[in-house]
Design a binder for this molecule. Sequence first.
Ligand SMILES: *[C@@H]1O[C@H](CO)[C@@H](O)[C@H](O)[C@H]1NC(C)=O
Ligand SMILES: *[C@@H]1O[C@H](CO)[C@@H](O)[C@H](O)[C@H]1NC(C)=O
Ligand SMILES: *[C@@H]1O[C@H](CO)[C@@H](O)[C@H](O)[C@H]1NC(C)=O
Ligand SMILES: *[C@@H]1O[C@H](CO)[C@@H](O)[C@H](O)[C@H]1NC(C)=O
Length: 315
Amino acid sequence: MFILAVILLPVIAILSYNHFKLPKQSIEQTKKILFRNNKAIIIGHRGGQFEAPENTLIAIKTAYKNGATAVEIDVDFTKDGVPILHHDDEVNRVTNSTGLVKEFMWNDLKKLNAASKFNYTITKGLIESVEFEGIPLLIDAIKLCMKYKLSINLDIKSNATGITNFLKDLLLKEPQSPDFIFVTSFMPHIVYKVRKECSQFGTGLIWRPHLLSRKMNGEPYDNQSIYLTLLYDILDYFYMWSVHLWLVDFLGVSLVSINKNYLIENGNIEYWRNQGIEVIVWTVNNVEEKKFFLSKNVPVITDSLLNSEYCPEPI
Ligand SMILES: *[C@@H]1O[C@H](CO)[C@@H](O)[C@H](O)[C@H]1NC(C)=O
Ligand SMILES: *[C@@H]1O[C@H](CO)[C@@H](O)[C@H](O)[C@H]1NC(C)=O
Ligand SMILES: *[C@@H]1O[C@H](CO)[C@@H](O)[C@H](O)[C@H]1NC(C)=O
Ligand SMILES: *[C@@H]1O[C@H](CO)[C@@H](O)[C@H](O)[C@H]1NC(C)=O
C-alpha cells in the first residue's frame, strides 16, 4: 500500500501539473510593452508617489510631465464590485477616512480625499498644492494614460474574477489595449486566471523574498506570533523554491517582477532571461541603482521620476 502510494503520488502530481499548466506566453507581446525603441521603460510607482498623491489621476498627469514612459497602478474593488485604484487594504494611510476599501460603496469612496496626506505635486522646478483629489475609477485612469501614451502596469490586489471581467470588457472597447497594458500580481491565482482567460495581455508574477513571513524591512508582520513567523519562514523557503523551479513555468508567464535587493544580491536577471522570461524591478529610487538596471536594459519601477535627492526606503 505504502509503496503503491509512493509510486502513484508523483505520477498524479506530474499528470495534474501537465494538465493544468498554461502554455507559455509569447515573449514578443511582453517585450513590445517593456521596451520602446529597444530601451527599457521607466515606470512611475503608483504613478510616482514621491511627486504626487499615489494612485490618482493627478499622479498620472504629473508622471507624464516628469517624463515617465509608463505607470504602475494598483487595482482593488469596492464593496459593490467597482474597479478603482488603491494600494492598501485600508484607506487610512492616504485618505481622510478610515476602514477597508472592500467595505466602501463606490458612491461613498469617491468622496474621500486621496490627497489629504500627500497634498502637492512636484514637476521640474515647480511645487503645486492639491486640495482635493479623489480615488479614481480604473477605467478613467486607463483613459488618461491613453491620452498621454503611457504604458500601464496594473498590479492586481484582489478579485481575480473582477479583473478578468474588466479586461474582457476593455478588450471589446479597446482592442489595442494589450499593446500598452500589462498585468502583474503577487497572487498566483490571479495571475493564473488572467493568463487563462485574458491571454492577450502580458502577465507576470511579482515576488520578493520573505513575502509570507516578513515586512519589507525584514521585521515580522505586526502582531504575528513568533511561531507563526517561524512557520511562514519555512513556507517562504518553499515558495521561493517554487517560484524559481516550477511556478513561473506553470503559470506560463513571460515576465517576473522582482524586488531590487534580491536582484542585486543574487544577480539572477540572467537566470530568467535564459529561460525566455523578462524581468522588471521594483522599487528603484537610488540613482546609481537605476543606472545599473537600465544599463542591463531592465525596466525599473520608481517612486521618483525626477530622481529626487530625498529617497527614503519605499513603503
Ligand atoms: C474627506 O474630504 C472630503 C473633501 O474635503 C469631504 O467631502 C469628506 O467629507 C471628507 N471625509 C471624511 C470622512 O472626513
Ligand atoms: C498640506 O499639508 C500640510 C501639512 O500636513 C499643511 O500644512 C498644508 O496646509 C496642506 N496644504 C493644503 C493645500 O491643504
Ligand atoms: C469582484 O468583482 C465583481 C465585479 O466584476 C463583483 O461583482 C464582485 O462582487 C467582486 N468580488 C469581491 C469579493 O470583491
Ligand atoms: C496589534 O495589537 C495591538 C494591541 O492588541 C493593537 O492595538 C494594534 O492595533 C494591533 N496592530 C495591528 C496592525 O493589528
